[in-house]
Structures are given as C-alpha cells and as structure tokens.
Design a protein. Structure first.
Length: 352
C-alpha cells in the first residue's frame, strides 16, 4: 500500500536534455579532422615526414613483397646498419636498379641468407652486412631470436589475415600522414624530449629513438641534429641492452655459421646469383668492442677466404675509411650516400 507521503516520481531520476545525436557525432568528427589537419600542416611545415613502424610485422610483409620482384633484384640483408647505411636513391642512380632492403634492427644476415637461398628463386646480387656481434649473436638473445622465428614460420605468417592487414592500414595511414610518425609527434616522445630525464642505473633504454622516419621501402633516415649529445646518450642506452645480451650468451659457432653460409651461397650462385659481404663503418666504443670480440682476421678475412665471396670493408677504401657514425653504428644521410656510391662502384667492378 502506497504511503501518503510517497511521491510517484523518482527523485533520483534526472530528465535528460533533448539533443540531436547525429549532429553531435558529425560535429565531433569534424572537430577531430580539423585538429589533425592543423597538426599535420604544422609538422609538414617543420619538415616532418610520414614514417612506417619498423617491427617484425612490417618486416614480414616487406619480405613477402620480394616474391613479387624480378628474380635478379638486388637484395640487402643485415641489421640496422643496412637500413641506415645504404641509400636506395643513390644506389639506383649508380646502378640503374632499385634494391629490396630486408634489413631489420638487431638481426643477423645469416638466417636471411638461408631464407633467400631456400625459399626464393632469386638470382640477383645479395649484399650481406656483417655487423659484428649482431650477425653472430646467439639465437637465444631476444633481438636475434625474433628473426629466426619469423623465417621459420614464414608460410604460416604468409596467410595471417591480421598480419597482412597491417600492411594495408600502414600504407593508407602511416605512410601518408606525418602526424602518425611516433618518433616526431608522439606525445610521449615529445614529453621525453622536452624533459630529457636522466636514465636510472641499470634501466633498460626507453626506446626513444631519435631519427626522422622509416620509409615504405624499409630505409631509416636520421634527423639533422643527431649531433646533440642528448641523442648520443639515448643511442648509447639503446645499444647497451643488446651488448649486455651478447656478453651473456656465447656467439654462434663460427665453423657452423660458415658451413651453413657456404651451402646457401652455392645454391644462390648455381642459380646465377652473387653474394657480397659488406662491413659498414663504426666508431666510438663499437670499435674496441667489435675488434676485441670479433677481430677481422678471425671473422671477416676467414669468411671471405672460406666462401670465395667478394667483400667490401669500409677500412679498405679511401672514400669510406674516415666515415665516423656519430652514434657509433649508423650513418647519417650524407654519409650513407658517400658509402653507397663507393659500394656500388665496387659491386660493378667485381662483375668485370
């Protein structure tokens, strides 16, 4: 029975104001587009460029594109020294051909070479960058493990809808819109760049990588002010992590690595292809670190002698011997053009 003091209306119920929901949605969409448009205009005005994310999904999709290229396409294998150090425009100017860059940060060229030999019919020039500890890193190191897993499961990844769709959205969005470049316009990266907080002891690098953009063709391009000492420290933090892993695990057995490479090189050469090893410039702490752990006589010289392949070592050529990467490992754009010209001439001369 209703109390005489009760109220038929719920005192906690609020009458909602009437609104035009479609107009609210349209207005919000227009506001978002206008904001992004202003941000895009500003970053383009400042010289910012679109950038694809370089991860294993990008690498796999880029690897699958190799199957669509002519068999005699020049293929680039190795770690980040290849993605930074070989300028594809300069290579095309010097040789008349466009290379296909399969470099991946921290990766070894050895499993890449095996994939090219076993899983393609390619018969072009293969440039393999031997980047010291990265090329011969123990497979248990995380940065080395991912390339082996990717190649081992290549066929499975080929039919992955989610992985292949990433390439479609990347082309439509990342490759076209500069404001989506996380290295230049990410709020997190922006705050880190402004605050420039010092790293704590034993802290793993926060992966604030100060370079301008990563192209659709898998080429990394540095910003112009990489000489800022803050950026040097960031790269040093970044390099410290894989170097600690490489010191924790013994490197690959060189005899086994050479044996595998010789078999793969023979398959490629039997198809009419050619493998050339490349040694990119290093500087600062990398010089002592690599010369101590991977001395030229025991690795570079022995690999060339065992495989019979040509090799372009930066110290053997006047144009490249004085190139000094500011971060110790990666060439600036102008340095990359100088190196690429010298390498292209060497490759052409080796064909004669």
């Amino acid at each position: 029975m209703r109390s005489s003091t009760s109220n038929s209306k719920n005192v906690f119920q609020r009458e909602l104001p009437s609104s035009n929901l479609p107009m609210v949605v349209i207005g919000t969409f227009v506001l978002c587009v206008a904001t992004l448009g202003i941000m895009e205009y500003q970053i383009r005005k400042e010289g910012g460029l679109p950038s694809r994310a370089l991860n294993i999904s990008f690498w796999l999709n880029h690897r699958f594109k190799l199957d669509e290229r002519p068999k005699n396409t020049t293929v680039l294998l190795g770690a980040s020294r290849m993605t930074f150090g070989l300028d594809q425009d300069t290579w095309e100017e010097e040789t008349g051909t466009r290379p296909h860059n399969l470099g991946l940060h921290g990766a070894s060229c050895i499993p890449m070479l095996h994939d090219y030999a076993k899983n393609t019919q390619g018969n072009g020039i293969v440039l393999c960058a031997l980047s010291g500890g990265f090329a011969f890193a123990n497979e248990r190191a995380p940065f080395a493990e991912r390339i082996n897993h990717a190649i081992r499961d290549l066929d499975k990844h080929r039919y992955s809808l989610s992985l292949r769709s990433e390439d479609i959205t990347g082309k439509l969005l990342q490759a076209r819109i500069a404001v989506l470049n996380p290295r230049l316009y990410s709020p997190t990266s922006y705050v880190r760049d402004i605050l420039r907080l010092p790293a704590r002891k034993n802290e793993i690098a926060w992966r604030h990588i100060p370079y301008a953009h990563h192209t659709e063709e898998n080429q990394d391009v540095f910003i112009n002010d990489i000489d800022d000492k803050y950026y040097w420290n960031q790269w040093d933090l970044l390099h410290a992590t894989p170097l600690r892993y490489m010191e924790r695990f013994a490197p690959l057995d060189l005899d086994e690595a050479i044996s595998l490479m010789k078999k793969d090189i023979k398959l490629i050469e039997d198809r009419g292809g050619k493998v050339i090893f490349v040694r990119f410039p290093i500087s600062r702490f990398f010089v002592e670190w690599e010369n101590t752990r991977f001395p030229r006589e025991q690795y570079w010289d022995r690999i060339l002698a065992s495989t019979g392949c040509h090799g372009f070592h930066f110290l053997d050529h006047d144009e490249t011997k004085d190139l000094s990467p500011l971060d110790g490992s990666h060439l600036l754009p102008e340095q990359a053009r100088i190196f690429t010209k010298a390498l292209a001439r060497f490759v052409k001369d080796s064909d004669q």
